[in-house]
Design a binder for this molecule. Sequence first.
Ligand code: HXC
Length: 507
Amino acid sequence: MKAETILKLEQKRQQARIGGGVERTATQHKKGKLTARERLEVLVDPDSFEEFDMFVEHRGTNFGMEKNITSGDGCVTGHGTINGRLVYVYSQDFTVFGGSLSETNAKKICKIMDMALRTGAPVIGINDSGGARIQEGVDSLSGYGDIFLRNVKASGVIPQISLIMGPCAGGAVYSPALTDFTIMTRGTSYMFVTGPDVVKTVTHEEVTQEELGGASVHTTKSGVADLAFDNEIETLLQTRRLFNFLPNNNKIGVPWRPTNDPADRVETSLNDLVPADTNKPYDIKELLTRIVDEYDFFEIQPEYASNVVIGFGRMEGRSVGFVANQPLSKAGCLDIDASRKAARFVRFCDAFNIPIVTVVDVPGFLPGIDQEHNGIIKHGAKLIAAYAEATVPKITLIVRKAYGGAYIVMSSKHLRGDINYAWPNAEIAVMGPKGAVEIIFRGDKDLAAREAEYKEKIANPFVAASRGYLDDVIRPQNTRFRICRALTLLSDKKDDTPWKKHDNLPL
Ligand code: HXC
């Protein structure tokens, strides 16, 4: 090969790497943002990234576009590894037409999505874009349509993660919304269907971009984003951490990581975790942290609907999904947001063969006009449906209250729970003892005695255990060991659901 031919190739590559140029890159840095390529360097293992379509150019001719061509057209696509496991990635380059989506760079994204589906590997998209490329009109819109279609086809087949590291506006937000996890960077990213200007015109509301769709809004109020971090490096590193818990596809089984943490580690501190006073709160995350391998629990949506905790941990090296009521928030009641949050997580775990451990301390569904009028019936039903349809190993531990409908919902035996345990102080009943005696013994002079009698007869785990609805009542200190053993027992579990095109989830 002639040296000048190789030189020409390297020059073309170098040109493509410059993107929108030095000035725009400096502006990007000034905002506290990395460039598209710098982000990939942090996200994937060193030297593992191989770029595709570096020489793709747009085909626009309107508004002088034919004179404004950048090699790669504002989106870096390819594949790499995260801790040695294959991942496909795309990273929008804000320095080229504001990272806007063109007909051609949409094709690049679709190409790696198709390859990811064919090879059974996850896709991570880094979004930093002014949306549809305005100069292209419908050609750009069609690109979004093609991406949405692939997001839907890939859902439940390969994990999809969206990182929001800049603007994400208009219909563009619907691709992240169709993926499994959306992660934002605080202060520099925002998502909305229509921006502040349109909002002002239509509804006369004045709002900033941050107030309308910043990380704080989406991780606390809307629940659109699962996680947010203070800067881009942290966002990318935590994405690697999340990735480590996920399988590559829906056929391969969960990843396994060697651990020195013994499965039979006795955790005596758990014996005193639940206060004797049943109305006193405590932090359920203490329990989760103490039973997982190396105390490493990765919480998803920590600031949204905090009355239910969801997240990943490992037991004997294998990924497990955890769902737990949180007595510290709304006494651990299930409400609309908590039901939706937990249901989506259960369905994710089920789709990707990740066993589910459910830790129950729930006084019931949250009462109130607001909840009823906003459809708690339909939203609560989502969680019932999610647990009932899940065929992955399901282990349930009732640590204190399991009242009413919420008892049934939280992975009870009745919804195909495989192994159901309770701690000895658990109370399983239609409602709390006080409320119960006030109804059935209305007018009785000695309600306290009635309450004690009710507790003795009903609000304990042994009635449920006597019916076989609990498989055992276990000592708190042995919780890790019992769950690890149950997971091993269920590792080859097979369960069927009648053939159907798909279910009709109460959306
Ligand atoms: C083409 C775009 C662009 C776009 C930005 N640019 N958005 N070019 N199409 N959609 C270009 C700018 O012209 C500018 O070019 C460069 O990117 C940087 O933009 P600035 O405005 O200078 O940056 P900044 O001040 O940081 O503002 C970023 C921004 C703003 C908030 C994203 O550019 C903006 O509001 N853009 C339009 C957003 C929008 O309404 N998009 C359409 C949404 S609807 P130069 O050459 O000066 O560097 C949509 C439909 C999708 O996306 C439907 C899917 C179904």
